[in-house]
Design a protein around this ligand. Structure first.
Ligand code: NAP
Length: 457
């Protein structure tokens, strides 16, 4: 039995029976059995069903937001934002389902026609993390189903309730048994069943780089297509020609979203030497104005970390930095509220080899580094095995273009702390993974290209 706790209060909020290996295999069987019928539907039929799912969830948005808040710890306003974001993917792919076009290619044979069609890759398995328990599910499910794939999904053990409720609404909207299945339980048992089954043609995974590598190795045996949305170590660069107020605001919203537990959270904040003090002062004022609290109330608040493991990691990273001589300008310790709450922290005086700089912090910790030159900061920003997102604030056009070309990341965000919506291709390079979610590019991950030669005309 899986017991689900509210990370803000420690209270039990639900129990979910874990699926046995036999039950997981049966879910995979249903996913495979449903594929011919689902992929054979007209695109318009799939689109209509997705649209019904979207509308029914939207009608109960407040109930979903409350569940999300209890299950994950993020505040209500963020939970509502996640639901809008997640619903955006269902809406987007309900439309995109109708636009999976092929091509004709000028023929190399006078008596032949050359065509390229796009076909659903087959039954897909998805594994998702706890930090966006709603959006992670809708982003993967809507894209797969739009393309004609069926999907079995394993949500994170910390947050299975949102996934199960989404399944309930999916069923009511006409997404039948096998078209979407949710399996819950021990990842070490479920993972190999999904990766090892040759009938599953693709794995889409969002989570840590370590688990992504493990899954990629497991998938090699059956040569599955994969989408890997893995860890990040985002640089956030502020140049002395930037609008400082905008930069502070962008940084605070990007960093404190979900208490810093986001793969695109700024991890290393590089501030140009000449403005370092002024920027730090404004940042302190902005962070001091934000409350830390449980999230079931109006207004933005910084919530708890999701579990003891995540909390202990943040404590350890900050304590090690302090022991190595870093300067804590704010926070630097668990919050007085106790439990899993960690105080928003600003810390400086760190080396680029500090664990705070090389590891994903996944907590409300602003780690600040100073730099002198553009060339220097580009090199330092790129000196990581990750490449998910890079942020920079500058008012210089030429510099913006140089940064957009030279920063090694799947996404470069200039003069904003917000990455975007369903319409943009989300994803990383280097050890942050491969494949894209969202936009026109997202659906391409769920189709394969088939070349058809019709000769002898
Ligand atoms: P995680 O430990 O990799 O877990 C992610 C998912 O993988 C969970 O469902 C987990 O199940 C499952 N899992 C764990 N071990 C597994 C195994 N041996 N075989 C199969 N599945 C396994 O990551 P996390 O700590 O939950 O999430 C944080 C990480 O995700 C961070 O690195 C973050 O950057 C990354 N992330 C990336 C993106 C992106 O889009 N690039 C977005 C969000 C998060 P259990 O929950 O049951 O353990």
């Amino acid at each position: 039995m899986l017991i689900v706790y509210n990370p803000a209060t420690g209270e039990e909020i639900g129990r979910v029976a874990k699926h046995s290996a036999a039950e997981v295999k049966a879910a995979v069987d249903r996913t495979c059995a449903a594929f011919p019928d689902w992929s054979g539907k007209l695109a318009k039929e799939r689109s209509d069903i997705l649209r019904r799912w979207h509308d029914s969830v939207k009608a109960d948005k407040e109930a979903f937001a409350e569940l999300l808040c209890r299950e994950n710890g993020k505040c209500l306003s963020e939970a509502r934002g996640e639901i809008d974001y997640g619903l955006g993917f269902i809406e987007w792919y309900a439309e995109e389902a109708k636009r999976v076009y092929g091509d004709t290619i000028p023929t190399h044979d006078r008596n032949a026609q050359v065509m390229v069609t796009k076909e659903a890759v087959g039954p897909v398995a998805a594994i998702t993390p706890w930090n966006f328990p709603f959006m992670m599910i809708t982003r993967k499910v809507a894209t797969a189903l739009a393309a004609g794939c069926t999907m079995v999904i394993k949500p994170a053990e910390d947050t299975p309730l949102t996934a199960l409720r989404l399944l309930e609404y999916a069923r009511n909207a006409g997404i039948g048994e096998g078209v979407l299945e949710v399996v819950v339980g021990d990842p070490k048992e479920i993972g190999p069943i999904l990766t090892g089954d040759p009938r599953i043609r693709k794995i889409t995974f969002t989570g840590s780089t370590a688990v992504g590598k493990l899954l990629a190795a497991q998938c090699a045996a059956t040569v599955k297509k994969m989408t890997l949305e893995l860890g990040g170590n985002a640089p956030f660069i502020v140049f002395d020609d930037a609008n400082l107020d905008d930069a502070v605001q962008g940084l605070v919203s990007a960093k404190l979203r979900n208490s810093g537990q986001v793969c695109i959270s700024p991890n290393r904040i590089f501030v140009q030497q000449g403005i370092f003090e002024a920027f730090t002062e404004r940042l302190k004022q902005a962070v001091a104005a934000i409350e830390v609290d449980q999230g079931l109330r109006e207004g933005f608040v910084v919530g708890p970390l999701v579990n003891q493991l995540g909390f202990d990691k943040v404590v350890r990273l900050v304590e090690d930095a302090k022991a190595a001589g870093a300067t804590v300008l704010m926070g630097g310790k668990p919050h007085a509220k106790g439990g899993l709450f960690y105080a928003p922290t600003i810390i400086t005086g760190l080396g680029d080899d500090s664990p705070l700089a090389t590891q994903e912090i996944f907590g409300p910790v602003f780690a600040l580094y100073s730099f002198n030159e553009e060339e220097e900061v580009i090199e330092r920003a790129n000196s990581t095995e990750f490449g998910l997102v890079a942020y920079a604030y500058t008012c210089a056009l030429g510099r913006s273009l140089r940064l957009s070309r030279r920063l090694e990341a799947g996404m470069v965000i200039l003069n904003s702390g917000s990455v975007g919506t369903a319409s943009i291709p989300f994803g990383g390079i280097k050890q942050s993974g491969y494949g894209r979610e969202g936009s026109y590019y997202g659906i391409e991950e769920y189709v394969h290209v088939k070349y058809v030669l019709m000769a002898g005309m």
